[in-house]
Design a binder for this molecule. Sequence first.
Ligand code: HEM
Length: 117
Amino acid sequence: MTHAHITTWVLGAILFFVALSMYKGGNEKGAKITHMILRVFYLLILATGFMLLFSINIDLLYILKAAVGLWIIAIMEFILMKTGKREQTKVLWIQFAIAFILVLLLGFSLPMGFDWF
Ligand code: HEM
């Protein structure tokens, strides 16, 4: 299940950057379609994340990991929305960087799957 979880968020991250560059390049139609596929991946990330979460005795660090995961998904959605509307996204990008580092540190230091940190 950790592999499924990693696969979904890596693909989600790729789709996010593809949609972002399409919004920036003015390719509205391509961006909208990629954005919709990305939203399906949000659900897959959530589903695999919650399956991991409920497969163990949940403690505080896991709750924190899940919360940061949810936070990133919200940030990605806001960045795409605002980029599409040509609004400022600087604060969101700062949050994205912090949340992404946090989620990798937490995810890979928690006991399931790979244990790199
Ligand atoms: C874009 C969002 C997300 C990213 C980048 C992400 C990243 C990661 C990473 C890197 C791991 C470690 C995998 C491993 O150790 O092999 C992981 C594990 C996990 N994730 Fe996520 N995740 C995201 C969203 C979520 C969400 C929304 C939830 C819960 C609702 C969640 C729950 C979990 C759980 C419970 C684990 C197992 C922790 C462990 O290794 O023991 N994740 N995630």
